[in-house]
Design a binder for this molecule. Structure first.
Ligand SMILES: Cc1cc2nc3c(=O)[nH]c(=O)nc-3n(C[C@H](O)[C@H](O)[C@H](O)COP(=O)(O)OP(=O)(O)OC[C@H]3O[C@@H](n4cnc5c(N)ncnc54)[C@H](O)[C@@H]3O)c2cc1C
Length: 429
């Protein structure tokens, strides 16, 4: 019996949206992902690669405008609708789902800045793009700073720990120097960066800002695409900046706004990543179910053995729990209530679930689970990368715990104690 996610709590419009996103994931994302997974990192971005077809078809269908305001051509999906599309895209391919989400980031930030010159320079061309020509990235991590960039770690404001890539004001321009890590998603193919860099290094990581940088400017250069084990369909690579100049209005989030803005972004990116990996977990469960019903051992399909039954039920439970938690995190983004602990809980739980379910699914495939080209083998590798992606899960969990225990917990007699425990512990570090 195939697994179909329960849609009894969705409206007919939401079910139609889900079906359409699933069709795109099944017909465009998954076949391209499997093909790119078998290619070298260089071939994956060469002319003729299926990667370019994915961008073209996604932009052609308007999926790049999911988060854009309606007045700029966007669909302005609500959080539940975004969750529905995000799960289906993750089901098709985590790497490509992330490539498409990240691609919109500089343009979304530029749109939200409300600056008419920036809208004219980059938002309108992106909104009108139906070919996948405008591709974004958000370079944050650096060779010497990975977990250091995670919001609200105890080290976040220590002056000696700051980004090495910095922007300096010179008249009406910002001048940028430094390097971003080999992990920047879309790093070697992006046309625009939402660059996360230091402006007040003396304030540590809390002195950072976001600046839009067109990546065809003099002084920008790239490394080679990173050759990695998982999410091979997600291009990644270094970006170097040497005296790169942008107009002052390209600063979309100045350091003064960061304390308010950064937690919101942190919550949104974690919730989004969680959603994609619900899709990965579900894809692995579906593969396990189909294989178990077809593979005969002991005279019957292995699905009829009690132990296998039990394992499949555990996968079902984890997929459903991951969807519920990630949906909760997505919905909280809309309400504007503090969400970091929900978003982080969802990211950590859903990515670990995707890895656990994919690993169990590969085990149920026996030797076939090790064979290149068998989907579960790729899903294990793709999910493994997610445990580090956008924040290593242990570090994220520490951040989530810090947030949770500084929130008032309804009905908890320990509220005050917990709320005060964090700063005291901090002082003791
Ligand atoms: C698939 C993928 C996509 C990514 N996309 C992007 C992107 O688009 N843009 C971008 O900027 N970056 C991106 N990254 C980078 C990602 O955010 C970092 O890899 C991640 O934050 C971890 O940093 P690191 O790899 O430098 O590990 P490190 O920070 O060096 O961590 C190594 C180990 O040390 C531990 N550790 C680190 N600090 C502490 C501490 N203070 N206390 C205790 N233990 C500690 C960690 O838990 C970890 O186990 C991506 C990474 C991946 C894998």
């Amino acid at each position: 019996m195939p697994y179909a996610p329960d849609t009894s709590d969705l409206t007919s419009d939401q079910i139609a949206l889900k079906n359409e996103a699933h069709r795109f994931a099944a017909e465009v994302l998954r076949p391209a992902s499997v093909e790119i997974d078998a290619m070298t990192a260089d071939d994956a971005i060469a002319p003729g690669s299926p990667l370019w077809t994915v961008f073209k078809k996604a932009y052609g269908a308007g999926y790049h405008l999911r988060g854009m305001p309606p007045e700029l051509g966007g669909a302005a999906l609500g959080p539940l609708e975004s969750h529905i599309v995000g799960e289906e895209f993750g089901w098709g391919s985590a790497g490509l789902a992330i490539a498409l989400s990240v691609s919109a980031m500089p343009f979304l930030f530029a749109a939200r800045s409300g600056n008419p010159d920036l809208v004219r320079d980059i938002v309108t061309p992106f909104a009108e793009d139906r070919q996948g020509r405008y591709i974004g990235c958000w370079p944050g991590t650096e060779p010497n700073h990975g977990s250091d960039t995670i919001w609200a770690t105890g080290e976040f404001a220590r002056p000696e720990i700051h980004m090495d890539c910095v922007a300096r004001k010179d008249g009406d321009e910002w001048v940028i120097n430094g390097q971003k890590s080999a992990w920047v998603s879309n790093g070697t193919i992006a046309t625009h960066a939402l660059l996360w860099c230091g402006v007040h290094p003396e304030r540590g990581m809390s002195g950072n800002a976001f600046i839009i940088v067109p990546l065809d400017l003099p002084g920008v250069s790239r490394g080679r695409p990173t050759n990695k084990a998982g999410q091979r369909d997600l291009n990644q690579g270094e970006i170097f900046f040497e005296d790169v100049r942008v107009p002052s209005y390209y600063m979309v989030v100045p350091p003064e706004v960061m304390p308010v803005f950064h937690p919101m972004l942190f919550a949104a990116t974690n919730a989004g990543l969680a959603t994609a990996f619900v899709g990965v977990a579900r894809a692995a469960f579906e593969e396990a179910l189909a294989y178990s019903e077809q593979r005969v051992q002991g005279g019957v399909p292995i699905a009829r053995h009690q132990l296998v039954h039990r394992k499949l039920f555990d996968m079902f439970t984890r997929v459903e729990a991951a969807r519920a938690l990630s949906r909760k995190a997505s919905l909280r983004l809309q309400y504007g209530v503090p969400s970091i602990h929900y978003s982080v809980a969802a990211k950590v739980y859903c990515t670990q679930t995707a890895f656990d379910v994919a690993t169990a699914a590969a085990q149920l495939h026996g030797g076939m689970g090790l064979v290149r080209g068998v989907l579960v083998e790729q899903l294990v590798r793709d999910a493994r990368a997610a445990i580090i992606e956008d924040g290593e899960n242990e570090i994220l969990a520490l951040t989530g715990a810090r947030e949770l225990f500084s929130q008032p917990l309804a009905g908890s007699p320990t509220n005050g104690a917990m709320a005060h425990a964090a700063p005291e512990k901090e002082a003791a570090r």
